[in-house]
Design a binder for this molecule. Sequence first.
Ligand code: HEM
Length: 420
Amino acid sequence: VKLIKWKRKQLNLPPGRRGWPFVGETFGYLKPHPATSVGQFMEQHISRYGKIYRSNLFGEPTIVSADAALNRFVLQNEGKLFECSYPSSIGGILGKWSMLVLVGDMHREMRMISLNFMNNVRLRSRLLPEVERHSLLVLRSWIHGSPFSALEEAKKALKKSLCFLFNMNRQVFVNLIGFSLQFTFNLMAKNIMSMEPYEAKTEKLRLEYISFMKGVISAPLKFPGTPYWKALKSRSNILNVIEQKMQERWQEMREQEGDEEVDDLLGWCLKHSNLSKEQTLDLLLSLLFAGHETSSVALASAIFFLESCPEAVQELREEHSEIERKKLQRAESSLTWEDYKEMEFTQCKNGVTSTTTNNFMPYGGGPRLCAGSELAKLELAVFLHHLVLSYRWELAEPDHPLAFPFIEFPKGLPIKVYPI
Ligand code: HEM
């Protein structure tokens, strides 16, 4: 669904209605609904007005489109016929230099930096081994316990976090959302700022992001207690951590005078870009945001839907067992890029019709096409590889994805896993 704002009056506008004064139809539009449907609001509006209709959302006159062809046209003409904009509250939280809210040349510059950080060479040589290491860290913690136990402070953080874990007769209960967030966050924190997983500072930052995310799409009410207020506070705490990392890195760079460079995004920005300190802070903050919530929900959803399709799990297991067998024959201990390319069923490379590919736009399109889509696909495939080879799983209690408007599993997707 794309929201398109119009400024001029007396245009040939689609049908629709304005709703209540000021708030328009915002509350109805944002009402949580099962993520497997477009929701009652959209269904009712589409049946009454068609797939393209007029409304009033977030305090602005708006055209809503649930029409895939129009959505693709809008995405592809971004910066030419259309310009992206978000409700101002989102800019307040992500920062005015965040790539998600920037337009024009500055957006292009930030985008180039992000694409460079996740380019094909880095994906093969650096990110693939990291993705595998972080997948195994999480999956092994399900049976061996988390490396947390060594750290008193992090233990407290664990209690507060969504994750829980206990072991009974080799059957393990896992709060999947907590663990998939841990996996994707740790991966990004390592590659953006060389922060090690399970260290107290990394955990603290991860927990800040949880309250940060809750406020990104919330009413911009700036008084204590509201999600928006808490998210602004988290933003400032997150920026403090990133700034401290930046100071430490400057210090190291001065001391080492051009010696070995740390291979992370922070190091690259400080050495090779002309970004100001503020711009670098917002870039890192928003990349950490864009790069972990999204892929963790995608991963949890994949595992959720697979649970109800044993045939697909069986086919996955066959594909990954074969890859594992060949890997062992070559006496290799880690996955190679060639192994990854062989995960064809996992990546749904066969049997996808052109209608599906044309209408399915999970990564957006045009000049704002997700900069991390290749990394996200790698994360999903490698995690699933080790998951299906190590465990069987089933839902521990009924849960389902809700559009909130971000996708959430109300119970955190509790699953029971059995080591194979
Ligand atoms: C399954 C996981 C993911 C999904 C579904 C997803 C989805 C999207 C979508 C729909 C957009 C376009 C937003 C717009 O139109 O303005 C986007 C942008 C972006 N995504 Fe992702 N994303 C995922 C994972 C990631 C990862 C792992 C990263 C890594 C850092 C990332 C980084 C970005 C960035 C930097 C942008 C902004 C691109 C730009 O404005 O030029 N994403 N993502």
